[in-house]
Design a protein around this ligand. Structure first.
Ligand code: C5P
Length: 238
């Protein structure tokens, strides 16, 4: 069953916890990313854990192995469920991260950010890009070979990744936009139903819910779309 993770991209812990309390039982898995973590630090993670919420710490680590080892060990102590690293950090960094992880926390590799399209990659990497999916495949292969538990990718690549890496490989899919919502800075977007059909394990949903005039109603719409798509395509994921 695909699950929804809500991205708490807020400027303060107070704002984040207000939203968590307003949504109550309807949401049990939250993403703390760079903005909130930089402002509020590990205490916001503890506040979420104290409310029984699961936490995805989206720090997108990308540094030398020794530094990443220290960060992964520290994140393991926070009792979180998921932590991200950039797969482009390379095999030594990814394997070192795997070795430093303790407890049940799973490590997922960011492949290509959903805000990037092929022309952005061409400009950043200085070479022609045949297709974004080929780059995602290459980075996902590296993540799996280095012992990570899965990857972050867009719904556009999810079906191919599922076929290539099997049912147990976690697919975390951001860039979720219910029909009629603004795509903002995201380029490779999909509706909740399309992400479920493509085989996502986790849908990361941010502004479509958190910036809605009624976040509870927006979340209910996303959850019912996920349940509807799930009923049509059972058993595609691990
Ligand atoms: O508001 P929106 O739904 O676009 O938020 C998506 C969230 O997923 C953001 O917190 C962003 O940092 C995160 N993310 C992403 N693309 C990735 C990895 C994470 O958009 N490849």
């Amino acid at each position: 069953m695909a699950k929804v993770i809500l991205a708490l991209d807020t400027a303060s812990a107070t704002e984040a916890i207000r939203l968590v309390e307003a949504l109550g039982e309807a949401a049990d898995f939250y993403k703390v990313g760079l903005e909130l973590y930089t402002r509020a630090g590990p205490s916001v993670v503890s506040e979420l854990r104290a409310r029984g919420k699961r936490v995805f710490l989206d720090l997108k680590l990308h540094d030398i192995p020794n530094t990443v080892v220290g960060a992964v060990a520290a994140a393991s102590d926070l009792s979180i469920d998921l932590l991200t690293l950039h797969a482009a950090g390379g095999r030594a960094m990814l394997e070192a991260a795997r070795g430093a992880r303790t407890g049940p926390m799973r490590l997922v590799g960011v492949t290509v950010l959903t805000s990037l399209a092929s022309e952005d990659l061409r400009a950043a990497w200085g070479r022609d890009i045949d297709s974004v999916s080929a780059e995602v495949d290459r980075l996902a292969d590296l993540a799996q070979a280095s012992g990570l538990d899965g990857v972050v990718a867009s719904a556009e690549e999810a079906a191919a990744l599922r076929a290539r890496h099997g049912a147990g490989f976690l697919l975390v899919v951001p860039g979720i936009r219910p029909a009629g919502t603004d795509r903002g800075d995201q380029k490779r977007v999909a509706t909740p139903a399309a992400a479920v059909r493509a085989g996502a394990d986790y849908l990361v949903v941010g502004r479509a819910v958190t910036s809605a005039s009624d976040p509870s109603a927006a979340l209910a719409t996303v959850l019912s779309e996920v349940a509807g798509a799930e009923a049509e395509t059972p058993g595609t994921r691990g």
